[in-house]
Design a protein around this ligand. Structure first.
Ligand code: HAS
Ligand code: HEM
Ligand code: CU
Length: 573
């Protein structure tokens, strides 16, 4: 267990055995639902990779029964992987961790309600997606118009995640009241900061969907303004990538060092990184809209600088994650400038998954800086480069980390043993190799000008595509799809065999791999460093975040409201 520093008190009842067992079950439900969504989403990926290898499989009658078009498949792929998988896993993970860290008793009825609500939202949205009535891709830009049922289902899902956020913040505040003057334990700190960031981030999407898209798709308004909708979408759409990333960072900071045999570098630095994410994640969305007309260039440039600023806490993370891995490897007898890397416990699938995820993110992050540079953007925007970028961020840094976490989390929650650790290890190497190949092929094609979101292998486009003479990157991309398909089969074999096996241990015999810190934050605020004291008031930092968002979005959105355009919807599929 997390070595909780909090004794239960009258003001804050501790976790009792019955609540803990219900909480573990709930966390398992969240995680397994997430991985079912990912399984379906990932089955479609290799077909898309074949498309970018010049091979069109979308005319096969058997496939036609399941999906009507490339775009229906792509919508399912984006929604299930990027929106559903992440949100379910994170909602379980970032409720479970702070509760264990604080040793505080959550209201389990409410917690189960949020799960059921999120699942209801998912099932609602699934109907139009599966019946080809919401083939609007995971960004659902208007004037593409999907069934209202899709937008309603998506809104319910997001609302459910905000309720989880509310519960975690509420528990944290109760803990603060019960322990005045104490420093928030670091795992709770990271979780609460991430949830608060998500609350500020979600406002844009909530307004877009509730005020604009739902009434419009129900036929209550005569049109919708695409530019305003996109702007509100990216208000949420950029920080949502940190909502996917920070839960992985929690693992890299708090658990991976222990798994590697070492310690977290510094709790103060960890808190600084998360405080920076809370304040700077949101006011950067225009870096997705450099090509959009009717947005002043000066605002695009301000968002660009803020984007570079929000890369800083990731750079802090890179250095402190590397430091804690080096600490671990040297403790195991590692030597040399980089020779120590060999002494990491590479036989451990959970550790290996996460270190490979980190390596992929070095390239993913570097590509992100290129995307954010307004001078480079026209070269790569809307090309295959972009899917190249985000499959080594969300598709690997996040997904492979969560896969690695599952290798200890499932035993920890259920008392079952990881089925075939060697297969687990193989699956993560296959995933990493597949995604690095995919990224190579797609970045390369993007530089050559191949568009994203295009059925380039279809007969109508084939001539142009063939004439681009991209034999090598096309072959690499197609091959990556096969490698990733094998990786998925290996991973899911391990996961399902583990879940379907019988419970053999007391679950707590697989503890949460909580790491000690080389430089801890201390117990009391009075004795803590200025950095720790200043990063403690998370609600005040949230307020600063909100003010900053209003400052950089107010002048962008105000003229759009003044010139609101009523554009009728289109159904292009
Ligand atoms: Fe991004 C587009 C810029 C990070 C996801 N991004 C996307 C899209 C997605 C996405 C899904 O500025 C497509 C949206 C769409 O459909 O249109 N991105 C950035 C920047 C960052 C960034 C500046 N992105 C992410 C993360 C994602 C993600 C994280 C998901 C989880 N992105 C953009 C831009 C676009 C964009 C533009 C729009 C492009 C366009 O034109 O449409 C930064 O946050 C990146 C900072 C990261 C680093 C790397 C730090 C490295 C670490 C690893 C350390 C490793 C170690 C290993 C220590 C600076 C932490 C040691 C190992 C041993 C063996 C010792
Ligand atoms: C899009 C392949 C796994 C999220 C794509 C595209 C390809 C692809 C080729 C580009 C399609 C296009 O632009 O026309 C794969 C393969 C996977 C995989 C082979 C592994 C088997 C994942 C994972 C995630 C993910 C794990 C996230 C957790 C996305 C998203 C899109 C996408 C968000 C964008 C959809 C859009 O543009 O609307 N995928 N993918 N993929 N993928 Fe994946
Ligand atoms: Cu972004």
């Amino acid at each position: 267990a997390l070595p909780s520093k909090s004794a239960p008190s009258a003001a804050l009842p501790g976790l009792d055995a019955a609540t803990l067992s219900s909480l573990k079950k709930l966390t398992q439900y969240y995680a397994v639902t997430a991985f079912i969504a990912l399984m379906i989403g990932v089955l479609l990926g290799p077909l898309q990779a074949l498309n970018y290898g010049g091979i069109n499989v979308y005319d096969y009658p058997l496939l036609k029964v399941l999906i009507k078009s490339y775009y229906q498949g792509l919508t399912l792929h984006g929604v299930l992987n990027a929106l559903v998988f992440t949100q379910f896993f994170i909602s379980g993970w970032m409720l479970y961790l702070p509760v264990r860290d604080l040793n505080a008793r959550p209201n389990m009825k409410f917690a189960w309600f949020t799960y059921l609500m999120m699942t209801a939202g998912l099932l609602t949205a699934a109907v139009p997606l599966l019946t080809n009535n919401a083939t609007v891709l995971y960004t659902f830009y208007p004037p593409l118009e999907g069934s209202p049922v899709f937008y309603i289902g998506a809104a319910v899902m997001v609302a459910a995640s905000l309720l989880v956020a509310g519960q975690v913040v509420w528990l944290w505040l109760a803990w603060k009241r019960a322990h005045p003057g104490r420093v928030t334990p670091v795992v709770t700190y990271m979780s609460v900061a991430t949830w608060l960031m998500w609350v500020v981030a979600a406002l844009g999407l909530v307004i877009e969907v509730v005020v604009m898209l739902i009434p419009w798709s129900l036929g209550l308004t005569r049109g919708v303004d695409p530019l305003l909708a996109r702007t509100l979408f990216w208000w949420t759409g950029h920080p949502i990538v940190y909502f996917w990333l920070l839960p992985a960072y929690i693992s890299w900071y708090a658990f991976l060092p222990r798994q590697a045999g070492g310690r977290m570098a510094s709790e103060g630095l960890t808190r600084l990184a998360f405080a920076m994410f809370l304040v700077f994640s949101v006011p950067v969305g225009l870096h997705h809209q450099y090509a959009d007309p009717n947005v002043q260039n000066s605002w695009k440039i301000i968002h660009m600088f803020l984007t570079f600023l929000v890369a800083v806490p990731s750079l802090l993370t890179a250095f402190s994650a590397a430091a804690s891995l080096e600490d671990a490897a040297r403790a195991r007898g590692g030597r040399g400038l980089i020779g120590w890397v060999r002494r990491l416990p590479w036989g451990n699938a959970s550790m290996t998954a996460q270190v490979l995820a980190m390596i992929s993110f070095i390239f993913g992050g570097a590509g992100g800086i290129v995307n954010a540079s307004i001078a480079f953007s026209p070269v790569i925007h809307n090309t295959a480069w972009i899917p190249g970028h985000f499959h080594i961020t969300v598709g690997t840094a996040t997904t492979l980390t969560f896969m690695g976490v599952m290798f200890w989390l499932v035993p920890h929650l259920t008392g079952k043993r990881l089925a075939s650790p060697r297969l687990a290890l193989a699956s993560v190497w296959w995933w990493f190799t597949g995604m690095m190949l995919f990224a190579l092929g797609m970045h390369w094609q993007g530089l050559a000008g191949v568009p994203r979101r295009a059925q380039v292998s279809a007969s109508t486009q084939q001539a142009v595509y063939d004439a681009m003479h991209l034999g090598l990157p096309k072959a690499i991309t197609a091959a990556s799809g096969i490698v990733l398909f094998i990786a998925a089969i290996l991973f899911y074999t391990v996961l399902w065999r583990t879940l379907l096996s019988r419970r053999v241990d007391d679950p707590e015999s697989t503890p949460i791999p909580a790491s000690e810190a080389i430089s801890p934050a201390g117990e009391t605020l009075a004795g803590a460093s200025p950095l720790v004291r200043r990063t403690e008031p998370l609600l005040a930092l949230t307020f600063v975040a909100l003010v900053l968002v209003i400052l950089v979005y107010g002048p962008v959105i105000a003229p759009m409201l003044a010139n609101y355009q009523f554009i009728p919807g289109q159904r292009l599929w």
